[in-house]
Every structure is written in C-alpha cells, then in structure tokens.
Design a protein around this ligand. Structure first.
Ligand SMILES: *Cc1c(COP(=O)(O)O)cnc(C)c1O
Length: 344
C-alpha cells in the first residue's frame, strides 16, 4: 500500500519526528525487566509526578495498560461498569474476560459518558447469587463517543458516587492529554479522584509506542506482576521511553492545533451538507456524508484515490482524526477534495 498523503484514519498514524528519533538514538538504557532501565524509570517518575500518583509503570501499549489494570483491580467473576462503546469492552478482543475472568455491565450512553445515578443503579454489592461490581470505568476522552470530553463536574460526580459505593475507578485515558488541553484542567486533577489512570504516547503525542499507567505503589507493584504475566516486561525499553519523554516536552501543548483542525474540518463538512454526528470537542470528527447525496463507501473510495485515507466506521458514519502529521493546509486540501467527490 502506498502511504496516504493525508492520513485521517487515526492519530496512531503519527510517525516520530527527526528530533524524537534523535532522542531515541541517544537514550541511556538498561534491563527494564530488572528495573534497571534509567530512561524508562525517568519516564515513570515523570508521569507519576505529572498525575500526582505514587508510582507509574511503562507498558508497550494502551491495550496492555487496560489489561494489567483490570488484572490488578479485580478477582475472577467481578463486574466492571463501563459504557457500551468503551474501547476495553468493544475493541480489545475480550482480553480482560480471557485473562482476568471479569464481565462488563455496559451502559447505553449518548457519547460515552454516564451519570452518577446510572452508576448507582447498575451497581451490585455482590451476594451468593450475584457477581460483585468491582470497578467503575471512565474513558477520557471517549473515542467511539466522538473524542468526547467528560466535564470535570460530570466526572467528579461519577468518581464521588463510586467512592461512596466502595468501587475503584479506572480511567482509560488513551487521549487524556487531549482532554487536558481542551479543558485546561491539569493531569493531576483528573487523576486525583481515581485509583488508576494511564495515557498513550502512540496517538496524538506522536511516539512510536508506549503507555504509562499510574496509581498507588501497591497497585503498580501488582500491575507490574501482571505486566510480566502477559509478556509485557521489556529489556532496553529506554529507547522507546525516550520518545515518550520527548513527546511530553514537545507534543502536548500542540494538541490544541489538532483540535482547531478538527473544528475546521467539521465546519467545512457541515458546509457541504454532511451530518456531523457527534459534538467535536477534541481531535475527532464523526460524520455522515449521505445527507449530501454520497454514500460513505463512495466518499472513502473517492478520497482514497486522491491519497486521503479515511475508513467507514462499522457502526455507522465515518471517523476523521487529526494529529501531528496533519497540517491546517492538509485540512483545507481534504475539504477541497471532499467537495470534488460530492460533485456539483
Ligand atoms: C487506542 C485506544 C486504546 C488502546 O491503546 P493501544 O496503545 O492502541 O493499545 C485503549 N483505549 C482507547 C480509548 C483507545 O483509543
């Protein structure tokens, strides 16, 4: 496949910049599995400090961060309350169920956010007959919901209700940096009322791989055991951690550019008569071109021929994602090509 000229399929399309590659090449390294990789440890300390938790753990992927967090929080038979489009529930191949023997109480929501009342209604204390609810799960920003940001008020209503029920709270913060930039609410505030939180470096932050999970020292020790269980313990991971440290220094504030580009894209698509199917709060635009008289498949094919990559969402609509490798000029270009595809 030739590389797309403009890749709006996902923010995972980002490639390391020259400066990031240099930081990777220069990294000081050791054996991570033995706790001896200095750059990985520096990244873990940096993230623990950023989010205000005792400890943090470097992982090769976000999916693994979710898996080891479930492993550390639950016992087989436990129930996790999430929304029914949560990445962990829909997209991780049933991993937590396979590895940890948990099940999900998946709530129907509009854009991935549920309320304190919905959490309270779904909660089950656990009896001889009924499985126990163990964990409340929040995705911030919410991917399938639309790159949706939970407001601090809604978020803290849920974390407060969870605390009253004695539930632990885990945050799938794959794109938490986008929420931080969109709301100007710092990382540590989002982390303050939850037990565990992670974010991804391989999405908008532009690193080739890596996610860091944070929590109490005891929780992270247990997560580290699970990391080994699932084959995630590494050796000279400092090379990848160096890319993540570089991203923290250089690629967080610029997420605002991605958000502005997404807003511009949504505006231009709406002008063409497309339906924008979720509010645009961060770097994602969910839309449907059919009201403008072109099918989703026809549009994706036509744009593909011009070197613009998008994919049809299996559950309806199209998702476009802006990121480090998509410029404002690219957005104007994509809108022009889209206009051409729709025709006069
Ligand atoms: C991408 C994503 C993940 C998984 O992260 P990977 O690093 O791709 O494994 C988990 N949760 C959400 C919300 C995501 O968008």
């Amino acid at each position: 496949m030739t590389r797309p000229r403009i890749d709006l399929h996902s923010d995972t399309a980002t490639r390391p910049t020259a400066a990031m590659r240099q930081a990777i090449a220069d990294a000081d390294v050791g054996d991570e599995q033995l706790g001896e990789d200095p750059t990985t440890r520096a990244l873990e300390e940096r993230v623990a400090d950023l989010v205000g938790k005792q400890a943090a753990l470097f992982l090769p992927s976000g999916s693994m961060a979710n898996k080891v967090a479930v492993g550390a929080h639950t016992q087989p038979g436990d129930v996790i309350i999430c929304d029914n489009r949560a990445h962990v529930f829909r997209w991780e191949s049933g991993g937590p169920t396979i590895i940890s023997g948990v099940s999900f109480e998946a709530l129907a929501t509009e854009h991935g956010r549920y309320s304190a009342e919905e959490l309270e209604t779904a909660y089950v204390a656990g009896t001889k007959y009924q499985p126990r609810t163990r964990l409340a799960w929040i995705e911030q920003t919410h991917n399938a919901g639309g790159g949706t940001v939970w407001s601090l008020a809604d978020y803290e209503a849920v974390t407060g209700a969870a605390a009253s029920l004695g539930l632990a709270v885990h945050v799938d913060g794959a794109r938490l940096p986008n929420a931080v930039v969109a709301t100007e609410v710092p990382f540590h505030r989002w982390a303050a009322t939850v037990d565990s939180v992670w974010f991804d470096f391989s999405k908008g932050l532009g690193a080739p791989m890596g996610a860091v999970l944070a929590g109490t020292a005891d929780f992270i020790a247990e997560a580290n055991r699970f990391k080994y269980v699932v084959g995630g313990s590494l050796r000279q991971s400092g090379m990848m951690a160096a890319g993540c440290l570089h991203a923290l220094d250089h690629h967080v504030d610029r997420l605002a550019d991605d958000h502005a580009n997404a807003a511009r894209l949504a505006e231009g698509l709406a002008d063409l008569g497309f339906a924008i199917t979720a509010p645009v709060g961060t770097n994602m635009v969910y839309f449907d071109p059919e009201p403008a008289g072109i099918s989703r498949e026809a549009l994706v094919d036509a744009l593909g021929r011009t070197g613009i990559r998008l994919t049809v969402n299996p559950r309806g609509g199209i998702r476009a994602v802006t990121h480090l490798d998509v410029s404002t000029a690219d957005i104007e270009d994509a809108l022009l090509e889209t206009k051409g595809a729709v025709g006069p």
